[in-house]
Design a protein around this ligand. Structure first.
Ligand SMILES: C[S@@+](CC[C@H](N)C(=O)[O-])C[C@H]1O[C@@H](n2cnc3c(N)ncnc32)[C@H](O)[C@@H]1O
Length: 676
């Protein structure tokens, strides 16, 4: 005891920490290390092959999600195409009993983020992220170590924290009671430096256009005369490569590195006569084959990260690389049953090596190693914790439910966030936990029972039926079904099974759901009147575009601060689209920056619909999306728009009556409907 876990979890190594400046040193290093076979070749997939693979993909996931795995495709309009097969998180392992030594652990220090150390033992992985029952039944097995156990840093709020993992792995720098204060101070200093960096980025963002602009790529040109230009393969060389079954993996790594180097200093390093787009196209093709993405998604994500404020190629590669590394295993203490320090103590006693996630949460623990299956401990079975990705805490923190409130969790299965809400309500008030997929409400109910939530009502409606089903909520969480581009490390099927059409359909559904979420909130709520919208996707179509749409369609709502201490600002413009400036209040989280799943969180305050707002609503001239159908020879999806105020009146009145009843008020008598 008294020393830091021998195998901590390093953050995905950025090509160039903090500044995202050009560097290709680390590109593909992990793969190169693993693949000793010099003849190994990346499998180059054609679009058709990728599609075929996505349909019949039976491959088991390498690593799983937590219980609240962000699958989210069920009941999307065209769900046959959109389903995501979620994965297992924990395998089974044999319980070996307690071997920890707690003598030198002062639990009073725990709430000050003192790391807790169990015996360094192996930890088991794999498992079912979704189905708690499965996890609970998991037989115990041999000791296993977390796949991320090489990661020396915990989940931390800033890129700068992640950027210097070497400090953390230095044995001299182990966390002890004695050096805790100094380390805390150092972390504060890092956070301050990061804040300064953020400010710098914001200033730069004001200057630099978000568009992919050739001028951006020359930003880093300097006078380094020593570097050699990089020559792209000729058509003949490519043909030879393809005849030989594709390039060898080392050649691809080298070429990606070189392309990044050239693209970021194009004038100096490009081969004469070659255009920038030729280098980009080579890089994209190599990314697609090396990381195994279909060409559509590789390009979509690549373009997104290029378009970021940083506007640099290495930033995109860092994201792809981070998706190859599992995120830390984390659990959330169920405060309805126990306290974090007591839970930590019990798990340490069983041989679990853990520590608090970070100062931003007082219920999260990060598990580094365990000699027991973390999904089958007595504490787990007794509902003392939930296996939950750290990013999943964020929307609930933003929602900030208050005791005695009525809360709707509109898309809630398997209940990671529902049970968190119930705990914050301290089992008072009521949480309506809804999910359109009835099968998934089984695991939701199981979690609700296991965690001792007594204030939860489980229901199964299409979220778009709210508020007709019920309205007048103090707060609504819409953790929307999404493409899962933020959780590719957990669900690699996303790499090959997403198409342009999927994104169109999803955005459409998300827009419908968000309006229903807003309409389900009571603007008269004394304590609340909030909606939180979240996704585990990084795409703008599913995030800022949806939120901006809601702002336009519902002038009685405004964005407010999420209350989250970290995360990057949401976009206010993206590739020609201009969003409300208030979109900067929303928050983005990235695997390669925050060492957590890619996530997005927006928080709205719902106000009364005044005359001004209803006028503004009409003046948008933008019809609401109420249906979708395919048409056109080009296979384009067009929105079928029908909106009939008169038809909706009885429903609106009925909803108002229900709201009044819910508040204990007597609704006026129903108006008689005249027969025609
Ligand atoms: C991201 S997951 C929710 C995860 C959940 N909030 C948690 O923390 O455990 C999205 C959920 O949306 C559900 N869903 C999909 N379409 C829906 C719809 N139209 N209405 C309500 N729920 C829907 C899916 O079944 C899925 O469980």
């Amino acid at each position: 005891m008294g020393h830091r876990a021998k195998n901590k979890q390093p953050a995905p190594q950025p090509l160039e920490p903090k500044t995202y400046a050009t560097s290709s040193k680390k590109l593909g290093k992990r793969k190169a290390d693993v693949l000793d076979d010099k003849t190994a070749r990346p499998v180059k997939r054609s679009k058709d092959q990728a599609k075929a693979k996505s349909k019949g993909n039976k491959k088991k996931p390498v690593q799983s999600d937590n219980e609240d795995s962000a699958d989210g495709w069920e009941n999307v309009a065209d769900d046959a195409d959109l389903k995501v097969h979620t994965k297992s998180l924990f395998d089974n392992s044999d319980e070996e009993g307690f071997t920890g030594n707690l003598d030198d652990l002062d639990m009073d220090e725990f709430d000050d983020d003192e790391p807790l150390r169990g015996p360094a033992q192996e930890f088991d992985f794999g498992s079912d992220a979704e189905d708690e029952d499965e996890i609970a039944k998991a037989p115990v097995g041999k000791t296993k170590k977390s796949k991320q156990s090489e990661r020396p840093v915990k989940i931390i709020p800033t890129a700068s924290d992640n950027s210097d993992s070497s400090d953390e792995s230095d044995p001299e720098d182990r966390v002890t009671m004695a050096n805790m204060a100094a380390r805390s101070k150092a972390l504060d200093e890092k956070a301050a430096a990061e804040a300064a960096l953020d400010m710098e980025e914001m200033q730069q963002a004001a200057i630099v256009d978000d568009e992919v602009d050739e001028a951006d790529f020359d930003m880093d040109e300097d006078d380094d005369e020593t570097e050699e230009p990089f020559r792209l393969p000729t058509a003949e060389e490519k043909e030879a490569e393809s005849n030989a079954g594709g390039p060898d993996v080392h050649a691809v790594q080298r070429r990606m590195r070189e392309c990044v180097r050239v693209l970021e200093r194009f004038k100096k390093l490009a081969e004469k006569g070659r255009s920038r787009s030729e280098y980009i196209s080579q890089l994209l093709s190599d990314i697609s084959s090396y990381y195994g993405y279909n060409e559509f998604l590789a390009e979509k994500l690549f373009t997104f990260f290029l378009s970021q404020r940083y506007g640099q190629f290495s930033h995109a590669i860092e994201f792809f690389e981070a998706n190859e590394v599992p995120r830390p295993v984390t659990i959330r203490t169920n405060t309805l049953r126990t306290r974090r320090r007591d839970l930590a103590q019990s798990l340490i006693n069983r041989g679990v090596n853990l520590e608090p996630i970070g100062k931003w949460t007082n219920v999260g623990l990060q598990v580094f190693e365990s000699s027991v299956p973390i999904g089958a401990t007595p504490e787990y079975l007794a509902g003392h914790y939930m296996l939950q990705a750290a990013s999943s805490f964020l929307p609930v923190i933003a929602l900030s439910p208050q005791p005695n409130e009525r809360v709707l969790d509109m898309a809630s299965a398997p209940g990671g966030k529902t049970t968190h809400i119930a705990a914050l309500l301290q089992n008072t008030g009521v949480v309506f936990a809804n999910d359109a997929n009835k099968a998934r409400t089984k695991s939701l109910s199981a979690n609700v029972h296991r965690l001792g939530c007594k204030n939860v009502v489980v229901c199964s409606y299409d979220g778009r039926e709210f508020p007709k089903v019920m309205g007048g909520f103090d707060r609504v969480l819409l953790d929307a079904p999404c493409s899962g581009t933020g959780v590719i490390s957990k669900d690699s099927s996303v790499k090959v099974n997403k198409s342009d059409r999927d994104f169109t359909l999803l955005a459409h559904l998300q827009k419908q759901l968000i309006l229903c979420a807003i309409d389900s909130v009571s603007p008269d709520s004394k304590t609340g009147g909030y909606v939180v919208y979240s996704t585990c996707s990084v795409t703008v179509d599913e995030n800022e575009s949806v939120v901006d749409y809601a702002l336009r369609k519902r002038p009685n709502v405004k964005l407010v601060d999420t209350g989250l201490e970290f995360g990057k600002e949401g976009y206010t413009k993206y590739r020609g689209k201009v969003f409300s400036p208030s979109l900067a209040l929303t928050r983005r989280f990235y695997p390669h920056v925050h060492n957590m799943d890619g996530f997005y969180v927006a928080k709205f305050k719902v106000e009364k619909r005044g005359k001004a707002s209803s006028k503004a609503s009409q003046s948008t001239n933008e019809p609401e999306l109420i249906g979708i159908e395919e048409e056109g020879e080009e296979g384009k999806v067009e929105e079928k728009v029908v909106f009939n105020d008169a038809e909706d009146q009885p429903y609106i009145q009925e909803a108002k009556r229900r709201q009044m009843k819910a508040k204990g008020l007597r609704p006026p008598p129903r108006k008689a409907v005249k027969a025609d």
